[in-house]
Design a binder for this molecule. Structure first.
Ligand SMILES: [Zn+2]
Length: 94
């Protein structure tokens, strides 16, 4: 079943569920029972995956409103490892 959109000239838009590809070109308005023509809308993509919608919204928002940070991110690099072997002192230093 797929949701199809119709628009009554008097009462506005309403939805009708019908099997895919079998939507009538007009349907009876639930309020006034006049024939209302079918309207075509943009597909409702992304309405089912909340995490995907959040990621898309965050990506779009970062295009004109980038996140502002007040300091550098914490470095994940570890310092030079310290050795206690006395022979390592004789090695050439960079
Ligand atoms: Zn109507």
């Amino acid at each position: 079943m797929v949701t199809y959109a119709y628009r009554c000239p008097q009462d506005g838009a309403f939805d009708l569920r019908a099997p895919m590809g079998q939507a009538p070109q007009s349907a009876a308005c639930p309020t006034c029972e006049d024939e209302a023509p079918r309207v075509f809308l943009a597909p409702r993509l992304g309405s089912g995956r909340a995490d995907l919608v959040r990621a898309i919204d965050r990506t779009k928002a970062s295009a004109d409103r980038p996140e502002v940070v007040s300091r550098l991110p914490a470095s994940r690099r570890r310092g030079t490892p310290v050795t206690s072997n006395p022979l390592h002192r004789k090695l050439p230093r960079p």
